[in-house]
Ligand binder design. Sequence first.
Ligand code: MLC
Ligand code: AMP
Length: 508
Amino acid sequence: MNQNLYALLARGFGAPQECAIEVPAQGDQPALYYTWRDVEHASAKIANLLESLKLRPGARVAAHLDKSVEALLLYLACLRAGVVYLPLNNGYQAAELDYFIGNAAPEIVVCSPANHEWVKALGKKHRVKRVYTLSDQRTGSLLKAAALQPTRHKVAQKKAADLAAILYTSGTTGRSKGAMLSHGNLGSNVTTLQTTWRWRAGDVLLHALPIFHVHGLFVASHGALINGSKMIWLNKFDAKRVIEHLPRASVMMGVPTMYVRLLDEPGLSRELVRRMRLFISGSAPLLPDTFQQFESRTGHRILERYGMSETVMLTSNAYEGHRAAGTVGLPLPQVEVRITRDDGSTLKASDVGEIGAIQVKGPNVFGGYWQMPEKTAEEFTGDGFFKTGDMGKWDANGYLSIVGRNKDLIISGGYNVYPKEIESYLDDQPEVFESAVVGIEHRDFGEAVAAAVVLKPKASITPQALIARLKSSIAAFKVPKKIVILAELPRNAMGKVQKNLLRDSLKA
Ligand code: MLC
Ligand code: AMP
């Protein structure tokens, strides 16, 4: 049987003339309605275009795009045509894209028209075959070229182990690693979640997440597609617009920052969410306080789950049973989760409360990092478990809590930032002698990036000027929200920077 993920998703599509995706009206823009037939036909046209380009087997198509339904159709087209999809955060700037394009060597890059000049230059540098454009207003060279293609397309034959997508995740060394996800990895997860979260006829998903990450693309979009559920599609999260459309929705997924922002809206009430059956949170820890406030305002206990780019979803709080604040719930069916001690032994269910390293195994777990066999080998145990880098503990009900990370990672509003990468950008500034980057508590983003910087003798620059410089070269979510200039970094007797002390002083 063809294991192509598109074939699996398409089995769930609704009737051809039914609405699959609604983009609500905004300002002077009228509402747009895409039927299931539109989804099939438009993705077929793009798939036919990709096939006409005679790409090599295993070719990658990189997308650096503002969120739009057409960007989702491009993803579906890549699945259909059997080429590997490589989504990139639309906040990335030239230095960041240079690395991804150089590392993944895509044959096709699709970018927004506003970035075409500099992306085209990168394309030339890295010998990309074609650079197409696609805007969030349904314009650009990709759609023009695809318009001439037929609306019928035969879905490419794929095996479960064949690569479907590469998702870059930040790396401890400062260099991102491309997690290779197969049609089988994604397919197993989407069917598991369909039953675990009880997707049903008549569900309407309010989609307000970005679609260049696991959460918005593989969890939210896949869930609605395979269930034939309509999506109300917002190109950007805006708490007021979410409030406006919640009365027509039954499912919403978000990062904790989105729930914090919804709680700031006076309009959030039980009456507003009367049609909702499920709010899901993930990508970052949901504070028990947010969970409780949301329950008292809406009557809904947010279902928190845990996942990663390398593994898609791993655990989930119960749909019908208990949803425990501060936990990420039970391992999903087919997913093995274990917690290990430093000596390598595994915690038993009775070792309640003891903290160790979380390791996972299952059909959802990726095959390895793109062209990094040593790194891949390091991250898997001899018996095939993937080391998540998260620290956790079990409770008496077998629910997992994430209590920290043994990877030096900051999660800000659901986006991952590795301090090492930001330190290297700071250290590249001519005035800077050295720097240290830490995560500090932030009401809106949960954690925020903050930095301490030591200047070279006689050099002078303000924190504001450093922030402005970084903003012009890297994605805004990575730029420290706060920088302090110190005479020296606090170090221990071994010379190691004491990040705990720094965190305390930056918080103050
Ligand atoms: C935006 N900014 C951020 C930020 N998002 N800074 C830090 N952290 C973030 N997450 C910057 C903006 O560029 C802007 O900078 C300033 O902060 C204020 O922006 P804003 O307008 O308030 O932010 P907004 O655009 O509304 O974005 C906030 C957000 C967004 C929460 C909607 O961050 C978001 O969509 N997060 C979801 C990320 C996600 O999908 N993660 C899933 C990863 S998958 P300036 O300089 O312009 O002022 C994964 C696996 C799993 O982790 O388990 O799911
Ligand atoms: P990413 O590399 O972007 O896929 O991020 C994956 C990381 O996000 C995980 O390793 C966790 O550290 C974190 N994460 C995801 N979901 C949760 C959650 N519900 N609670 C706490 N951390 C989470």
